[in-house]
Design a protein. Structure first.
Length: 367
């Protein structure tokens, strides 16, 4: 069976709950879409607002506080919000990448600590963090174990490798000051057999939320070696189906995965910064986006948006029909009240990028 670019686009939107908002609970919604990019604390909230009906941000606050949804260093060596039950397999799958990128980083190796030293520290650190600990408390514990403070950059690398969950503290989007608790159950580290088996789980979950996809896509989503992704696909064998993508690309999918027609209507959306669908594929032409808060029109990135005092400022990269502008205005009227009680000018620190945008049509969409 062959699939077109249009069908791949709609498959992504369907699996990511972007064709119709869902009535799922927050925790079930996060599991359905597999992972939400969470480098910016506001992004999981805005991403879920785009996917769930009438989202109350307090529901995500409660899910974080109750560890039903957790924020941790995972795919692409960056922070994601995932269902707690997915964390162990995802973290074990990512272990070789995280170990190499964090403990092999010159900022860590310059400390003079070896991999064995790091492993010994991490075991004790996780015992210490069996209850929530602030960043300062964790640093003090490490300094006590070493007999001297660890250089700040080396500590950052060690902390980002350790399987810690971020603990909600303060701020408009749950995470202000840094605090951590050991992941539960504790992932197995530095075991190739465990990480290989776990990668099979991650690949299957990825396809459920983002498929059909190529081995290159899987490797890009997680930032793992393509050889590891290929081995995971081969191990999954007949539990996956094989499709032919545009240009003859070999794609894989879970049996029965949604594959809507390429002309299925797709409503406009005001997407979160670094939304997962923008970063989940080796070939970004499936959605055609990157990192800023984006306008999603007919399933593709068509511009960017930013929150300003008067509402939502939308900049389109090409002319949009009046009907599309009306749809975006309706989204803005819902998003502005959602932001108002938390951070009315969300992502403000990135507004400097707007001076670098090419000439384009800009409209103010009142809240």
């Amino acid at each position: 069976m062959s699939v077109t670019w249009g069908e791949l686009n709609r498959a992504t939107l369907a699996r990511q709950l972007l064709l119709d908002r869902s009535s799922l609970s927050v925790a079930d919604g996060v599991r359905r879409v597999v992972a939400l990019q969470a480098q910016q604390p506001a992004s999981p909230y805005v991403a879920l607002w785009n996917r769930l009906c009438c989202l109350d941000p307090a529901e995500l606050d409660a899910a974080f506080a109750g560890h039903r949804v957790v924020r941790a260093q995972l795919m692409r060596v960056t922070m994601h919000a995932v269902g707690a039950e997915d964390h162990q397999a995802f973290r074990e799958a990512m272990d070789p990448t995280l170990r190499a990128s964090r403990l092999g980083d010159p900022r860590f190796t310059a400390s003079g600590l070896t991999l064995a030293d790091a492993d010994g520290l991490i075991g004790g650190l996780l015992d210490f963090a069996d209850q929530p600990r602030t960043n300062a408390e964790c640093e003090a514990w490490v300094a006590y174990r070493l007999g001297a403070p660890m250089p700040p950059t080396a500590w950052r690398m060690l902390r980002q490798y350790a399987p810690l969950w971020y603990v909600p503290t303060d701020g408009p989007w749950s995470f202000g000051t840094r605090a951590y608790v050991a992941a539960r159950p504790r992932p197995v580290l530095a075991d190739p057999d465990v990480s290989g088996s776990a990668l099979q789980t991650l690949v299957r979950r990825y396809l459920e939320g983002f498929g059909p996809a190529s081995i290159a896509d899987m490797a890009q989503f997680a930032m793992v070696q393509r050889a590891r992704a290929k081995a995971a696909v081969q191990a999954l064998g007949g539990s996956l189906v094989q499709l032919e993508g545009p240009g003859g690309t070999v794609l894989y999918d879970v049996p029965g995965g949604p594959l809507p027609a390429g002309d299925t209507p797709a409503p406009p959306r005001l997407m979160a910064m670094w939304d997962s669908i923008l970063l989940a594929y080796a070939d970004r032409s499936r959605v055609n986006g990157d990192v800023l808060p984006t306008l999603l029109v007919d399933g593709y990135v068509a511009g960017v948006w930013r929150a300003v005092q008067e509402g939502i400022e939308a900049t389109a990269f090409h002319p949009l029909p009046d009907l599309v502008w009306e749809g975006l205005a309706a989204e803005a009227r819902a998003l502005v009240p959602f932001l108002a009680g938390r951070e009315p000018e969300v992502y403000r620190r990135y507004h400097h990028w707007w001076a670098k945008l090419p000439d384009a049509e800009t409209r103010l969409l009142p809240g």
